[in-house]
Every structure is written in C-alpha cells, then in structure tokens.
Ligand binder design. Structure first.
Ligand code: HEC
Ligand code: CU
Length: 321
C-alpha cells in the first residue's frame, strides 16, 4: 500500500503551474486553519471556567483594525488565487489558431479510441511527442465520459455531439495513466489506458512506421475522408457539375463564413461541418434547398473526423460559396 504515490508525476508544462497552485492553496489553508485551531485552543484553555488568574474585565467587543485585516487579507488572497487559476485554466482550454499537433479522441463504452492525423489509430493508448503543444479534440460516441491524464493535470468531458478541445505540452518521456473520470456505466472503472510520451525523434519514427505492430503505414485521415466521400455518395451531389441536386462547392469552405438561408452567418469549423453532415436541415446554406439526406446514425465519429479532415484539406483549394 505504501507504493501508492502521494501525487501523480508532473509530466507536462501545465502540470507545473497547477501543482504550485495546489500547494499554495494547501499551505494557505493549513496556515489559516492553524491560526483558528490553535487560537481557539489557546483561548479555551486560558479562559477556562475556574481559572482565577486572567483579567475578564473590559472585554473588547469590536476592533476596526482587526476586522479590516481579516476581511481585506483573505479578499486579496482569494482574488490573487482566482487570477492565477484563471490563467492556468486558459492555458489548457483557450482555443489556439495553430502551432499544435492535433489528436482526436473518441470515447465509447468502454474504451478510448485515439487517432493521429496521418491515420495511425490507438486503442486505450495515446502516444505523444515530448516538448510539443498538443491539441486533443474529444468527443463521445454514446454517453458522457471524461478524458483525464493526471500526470498532465488535464481533463475534459467527452460529450456526445460536441467537439471539446484541450491543449497541453507533455515534457517528460514516460508512461502515464489515462482515465475516464465520469461514471459512464458498468465497466466505467475499466475504461482506462496509457499515455506514452516519446522524445520527438522516436515519436516521428513511431508515427511513420504506422504505430506499434502495424503492417504498413496507414492512410491519412484526409485520404480516408476522401474515400468516404465517394463511399457515402457525397460526391453525387457535391463536386459534381452534372448533379441533379444543386449542392454547395466544398472547396475553400473550411474556416470561412457561410451565409445561411435564414440570414445568419456561421463560421465553417469542425462543429458546423459535423452538424452539416449529420443534420443538414439544422442550417441551410443560403441559395440552396434542404435536399441533403441526414447521415445521423449512419456514420461513426471516426468517419466524421476523417470527412472533416478531407473537407479541411479542400480549404486551400479556394472558391467556396
Ligand atoms: C442529395 C445530395 C447531397 C448529398 C448526397 C450530400 N449532400 Fe451535402 N449538401 C447538399 C445540399 C443541397 C446542401 C446545401 C443545403 C444545406 O445546407 O443543407 C449541402 C450542404 C453540405 C454542407 C454545408 C456546405 C456549406 O457550404 O456550408 C456540407 C459540409 C456537406 N453538405 C457535406 C456533405 C457530406 C460530407 C456528404 C456525404 C456524407 C454530403 N454532404 C452528401 C446536398 C447533398
Ligand atoms: Cu467512460
């Protein structure tokens, strides 16, 4: 039982700040808790019934200096802690424009499915390079899960129908626990895995070889998406000049503004494209009819991620609608 660690390893840039915050809050709590506890004990003993050697006359019933200090000092401390914690929170959850390596995580009862942009897949394992900012895009295929890596001090809910992201930089090569931290059914406690951090050059080798035990280098997400686009017959309407149904050009769509039939404008991000595929009727593109069939229930989350990667790759092509 003594080999149970007191705190998890500190293996990401974010973990350093969060550990400091944690210990400062703990130290402050112990300090002020100690003042109250020992003050109460001291006074209870000193003024105990029957002690004749204390002066009980002229008891003070107010002291402005005392009241101001026990109001202002904790107030300043609490606001400072809030500011510090908000900064650390932002480091993990504030959206970034680029400069990261993105991995996709799909939670499902009861496993974690992780996907790299070049197509390498891992189950209940996630291999990452040290010293690189990582963006984890997380979604669930069924119920709410939570993706948690204690050694990095990061955690984010995996919610069905919604892309959640978090950012972190692993720093120390090694192997760390991966947990589901949201009760998600009978085998919730078995929904665990391993995060493996490799030095950058080893990671690159691992990635190019297609991951552990792979026979050949896998197909990239983009290429998988391109194949799905044909397999799911998206191309009968889109990118088809002879289509019976008039469908928007997907070239140059990603990251741009889309005018909707109801007058609103939305940005074509991952969430918009996901919704456009599963439930096209929710947001109709201006100038088009609600003629696209909903793919809800017919595509797996992994396939949607691949389709988005493909549509993202068309962004460079220019054009758009
Ligand atoms: C029957 C023809 C048809 C098929 C098949 C079809 N679509 Fe569409 N799609 C449309 C039409 C029409 C629209 C515009 C109306 C709307 O917004 O729903 C559209 C809109 C979209 C949009 C939003 C485009 C924009 O400019 O904002 C995306 C993304 C999209 N489709 C992707 C797909 C994908 C991926 C598939 C295959 C899984 C697919 N579509 C299959 C007809 C189709
Ligand atoms: Cu779970």
């Amino acid at each position: 039982m003594w080999n149970i660690p007191f705190v998890p390893p500190t293996a990401s840039q974010e973990a350093v700040g969060i550990s400091w915050l944690y210990w400062v809050i703990t130290a402050l709590s112990v300090f002020f808790g100690g003042i109250v506890l020992f003050g109460a004990i001291f006074l209870a003993v000193k003024y105990r019934a029957g002690n004749q050697n204390v002066d009980r006359s002229n008891a003070t019933d107010s002291d402005l200096r005392l009241e101001l200090s026990w109001t202002l000092i904790p107030l300043i401390l609490a606001i400072a802690i809030f500011g510090w914690a908000a900064k650390l929170y932002g480091d993990i959850y504030a959206p970034r424009e680029g400069g990261y390596y993105e991995v996709f995580v799909v939670g499902k009862q009861w496993m974690w499915h992780c996907q790299h942009p070049n197509g390498v897949r891992e189950n209940n394992e996630l291999t990452l390079p040290a010293g690189q900012l990582i963006k984890a895009t997380i979604i669930s295929q069924d119920v709410i899960h939570a993706f948690s890596i204690p050694a990095f001090r990061v955690k984010r809910d995996a919610v069905p129908g919604r892309y959640n992201a978090m950012y972190f930089t692993p720093t120390v090569p090694g192997e760390y626990h991966l947990f589901c931290t949201e009760y998600c059914g009978t085998k919730h406690s078995e929904m665990i895995g391993k995060v493996r951090v490799l030095p950058p050059d080893e990671f690159e080798k691992w990635l190019q070889s297609g991951g552990a035990g792979a026979a050949a280098a896998p197909m990239s997400l983009e290429e998988q998406g391109k194949q799905l686009f044909t397999k799911l017959a998206c191309n009968t309407c889109h990118m088809n000049p002879n289509s019976a149904v008039k469908a928007p050009d997907l070239n140059g769509l990603y990251g741009h503004e889309v005018k909707l039939a109801d007058g609103r404008t939305v940005k074509a991000d991952d969430a918009y494209i996901r919704e456009s595929i599963l439930n096209p009727g929710a947001k109709i593109v201006a100038g088009y009819q609600n003629q696209m069939p909903p793919y809800q229930g017919q595509i797996k989350e992994e396939e949607i991620i691949a389709l988005i990667a493909y549509i993202k790759s068309l962004a460079q092509a220019g054009g758009g609608n």
